[in-house]
Design a protein around this ligand. Sequence first.
Ligand code: HEC
Ligand code: HEC
Ligand code: HEC
Length: 101
Amino acid sequence: MKKLTVVLTLVMIAAFAVSAMAVPPGKTVEFAGGDAGKVTFDGKVHSVKKCNDCHPKVFQMKKGSTKITAPHEAGKFCGTCHDGTTAFAQSEENCGKCHKK
Ligand code: HEC
Ligand code: HEC
Ligand code: HEC
């Protein structure tokens, strides 16, 4: 019984450690965004998605590890979902939805 409690506690600590590091609701990651203006990635908006929708295939779990260049390619990085189907596209009229000057 005691052993089980210890194991459960460890599992809970491990789970908490992961979520504390993530970009959960209330946390954001900021990208400089060059001339187009800075981009704020909001954990709240994206928390509907599963971690493995983005990690590790689309983004590494490390702030600042993604190098996004312009013009943005469809199907890469943010464009994996921001393709006009899953979420708004990375097209002219939507630059300002991500980039804020
Ligand atoms: C919609 C995409 C998306 C989803 C879903 C997502 N993340 Fe992330 N995550 C990102 C991006 C983008 C970054 C920043 C990457 C960069 O700056 O290169 C990031 C960064 C991180 C980091 C590094 C934070 C830091 O301060 O260095 C961790 C840890 C992380 N995510 C864990 C998670 C976990 C755990 C989940 C599931 C609960 C999750 N992420 C869901 C996109 C996502
Ligand atoms: C796994 C899919 C996925 C990825 C990858 C993804 N997004 Fe999103 N994003 C969504 C969905 C779904 C929405 C909500 C639907 C919509 O607004 O079209 C959304 C909405 C947004 C919004 C609108 C927030 C609001 O207040 O309306 C912004 C800004 C945004 N994403 C930025 C980003 C940036 C920046 C990246 C890359 C670092 C990114 N997203 C990567 C799925 C994704
Ligand atoms: C889904 C969100 C999103 C949309 C929509 C979007 N961008 Fe970006 N853009 C980003 C992210 C994230 C970065 C990476 C910023 C960084 O790493 O500093 C970026 C970077 C850039 C950069 C800097 C690239 C470099 O090589 O330094 C430019 C310029 C740019 N975007 C222009 C645009 C233009 C123009 C549009 C509209 C046609 C657009 N972006 C639409 C998310 C978006």
